[in-house]
Design a protein around this ligand. Sequence first.
Ligand SMILES: NC(=O)c1ccc[n+]([C@@H]2O[C@H](COP(=O)([O-])OP(=O)(O)OC[C@H]3O[C@@H](n4cnc5c(N)ncnc54)[C@H](OP(=O)(O)O)[C@@H]3O)[C@@H](O)[C@H]2O)c1
Length: 350
Amino acid sequence: MDYRTLGRTGCAVSTLTLGTMTFGKETDETGAHEQLDTFLEAGGNLVDTADVYTGGTSEEIIGRWLAKASPEVRDRVVLATKGRFPMGDDVNDVGLSRRHLQRALEDSLRRLGTECVDLYQVHSWDPVTPLEETLGTLDDFVRAGKVRYVGLSNYTGWQVQKTVALAREHGWAPPVTLQPQYNLLVRELEWEIVPSCLDAGLGLLPWSPLGGGWLTGKYKQDERPTGATRLGEDPARGVEAYDRRSTVQRTWDVVDAVRAVAEGRGVTMAQVALAWLADRPAVTSVILGARTTEQLTDNLGAAGLHLEEAEVAALDAASDPGAADYPYGGPGVHQRGRTVDLVGWLADAP
Ligand SMILES: NC(=O)c1ccc[n+]([C@@H]2O[C@H](COP(=O)([O-])OP(=O)(O)OC[C@H]3O[C@@H](n4cnc5c(N)ncnc54)[C@H](OP(=O)(O)O)[C@@H]3O)[C@@H](O)[C@H]2O)c1
């Protein structure tokens, strides 16, 4: 397992994170505890959850595992959770207000059975609450010893920049990470969000690194999914999601490119897709999702795997989202060129 710092902090985390969105849904408690054991045994230490995952059940399952883990194992875990999405029907059961966040954090700490989480992430932007209210509340959490670091999730570039600038202006705990969707099928964030994070010193914690399973090669062209897969189990939304991706030729070009690199290397497609992502600029740690321990073990095989330049180039070419329209393309292409150089330059900064 490789380790990096959590953004620009001194806290070391594994470059693979255990995601726990399946806990309490596709994965029962026994399977979830087995995944946690397997992950820690493989050298992983960063575990990501959220209050909203299976309505709090994911946090409870992790809490019960922490309670029975040895003190050595418990001490090694770097625990990340999130708040923001609705946890009840009341108008104040949602958002990044002081009122909701205080309740959300207390509830997460209780479910996890801990007095402090390492990383508390705001799950998404809140267009209603003043940013000063949110950041002041998060800073209070840090000063109270309930949260060690603050993170963002699903923010755009301007939202990242505004948040960082305001935290600096007030001397509040700055965000250290951004958790965005990022994989070989979703790269548009490289135009503005990744450069924003490099500029502000935030580490990326990409979610859905396998595109929800697509990059394992399990979905076939012209064959609608059935059975125990994320898309197959949900006949209504699953078929719609399948059709949306399967009608885009780039999807199949990317899947073919991943398969070719995997066959050339003698590793699995999942490992290739994860290794590509773990070595992108700004990435701190890739969040694994798994239904079974077998899937997790496969994905953990990406630990320490670094692709050759030619392999990366082939994957980059197949997955290139194309020249964007203005402002990133057209006259803005100069901006994009500078950005690409900037990405490399900032990524090498100490
Ligand atoms: N911040 C956010 O808004 C946000 C949003 C989503 C997720 N997340 C975080 O990111 C984590 C990962 O997201 P994700 O679950 O979407 O990741 P993903 O890796 O893109 O998809 C995981 C799914 O792919 C399939 N799979 C995984 N490994 C496989 C393998 N080796 N072989 C075959 N199939 C495999 C499994 O689904 P099937 O068995 O059903 O096919 C699994 O549940 C979550 O647990 C959560 O912690 C955060």
